[in-house]
Every structure is written in structure tokens, then in C-alpha cells.
Design a protein around this ligand. Sequence first.
Ligand SMILES: [Zn+2]
Length: 266
Amino acid sequence: MSKRINNPERKFSGKRNENVKHAKAAASHRSAHASASKRTVATKAHVRASGIKKSISIKKRAGRTINNREGVAKKIQAGKRLKAKETKSQMRKIEEAMAEKTAIERTKGIIDSIMQNESIISYLNKNVSKRASEVLGLLETPKTDEQIAEMLDMKINGVRRILNIMQGYGITNYNISKNVDGWLSFSWYINNNKVDQFFDYVKSVSSTESTIKDDCNDYFICDRCYKDSKMIFTFDAAYEANFKCSCNKLMVRKSKDDIAEILKSA
Ligand SMILES: [Zn+2]
């Protein structure tokens, strides 16, 4: 554009100097203006282009960033989930350990209460075995009859007999598991929930025994339940129950001698 505008300039003579000057000035002005505006346009275009490029690259970058952010967020979420899972399983392990510890503590307490109770120990000595309390003392945690026999240097049949009688009273029980050789293994434990009942039972039996030493000659039992319950009622206790057993059967009167006989055979 600027060349064509400059061409007529050379053809002009001196006469037309003024005009030429004007034309030159105008041309130069136009040209300057044109190139300036071109520059401006170019610059604007460039700016626009580079702006677009920039904005694209910003968007791209932003996109990448968003993608990255999403990825990171996902990773964080996954990490959190994993951590939550780990924390949960850790918590569960801790809870289990605590529950186990509590159970052991409880069993320890129960063993202590058995050992400190003279009437319980004497009852076990008389009715189970002189070593029954030793066996109970080992059951803070479940143990097999073999383990108990080894620890107490006893014959395994003796240990089994003691454990079976105590199971009859409800104070011991066992879990069966298969060992590596496929043999069934009996893991014995103290049946914590039944110990109170056993205490009550022993108390009732020993109170009956002490009552019999009195002058009273009236005792009552239920023929149907005595075999299992071993409950002997004094006159007062029977009177309070209207002489009816909890099974609804009428109690039978027994003399002091009858009761002595019954206790001997038990
Ligand atoms: Zn009854």
C-alpha cells in the first residue's frame, strides 16, 4: 500500500511542488497512519490471538488443573476412605482387644471370688474334687484338658472328670475346635454368667445343712424338681410359697431324718 502511494511522488515536477509536498505529507501521513493502524491492527490481532492462545492455554491449564484437582481430590477421597477403613479396622481391633481384656478381667474377678469363698471351696472339695479349685484357677483364659493336665501334673481323665462335673453345675463349659491333625479339641472356660447361680445354690445347700442341725423337723421338697434343683425348703420358706414349688407341684414334707438321708445319698 505505501509503495503505490509513494510512486506518484517521483512523477511530479517542480511546478507541482506544493501539491507534491501536500501529497507527500498526505501520503506519508496516510502511510504512517496506515502502518500505525496496521501495527495497531496487527498488534490488536496479535494481542487477540495471543490472548486467545493465552486464554486457551489458561483454559487448558485450568482444565489440566481441574483434572489434576479432580484426580487429587479423588486420590484424597480414596486415601480418606482407605484411612477410614484402616481406622475402622484398627478401632475394631482395639475394641476387640479391650473386650477380651475386660472378659479376662471379669473372669479373673470371678476366680478370685471363688477362691476367697470358703463355702464354695469346701463345696467343690467335697462334691467335685480337692483339685477342682486348682483347675478353675487356670481358666482365666480358655484351656484344653491336655493343657490343664500338663500344668497341674494330673492325669487327663482326672481333669476331664472335674471339668465335666463342674459343667453339670454350669460353671464351666467348652468350645470344640478341630486342631491341625483333625482331632477335636475341647477348650474349657468359666461360664461367667452361671457362677452367681452356683454361688446361690451352694449358699442354699449350706444354709439347709446348717438349718438341719437345728431342732426343726419340718422340711419340704418338690419330688419332681429336687433331682435337678436340690432345693430343700425350711417350713418358713415353704409356707411363704404356699407349699407350692415353682413348677406348681405341691411340696412334700420331709422329717429331719429324711433330709439327712437324702443329703447323704446326694
Ligand atoms: Zn417342682
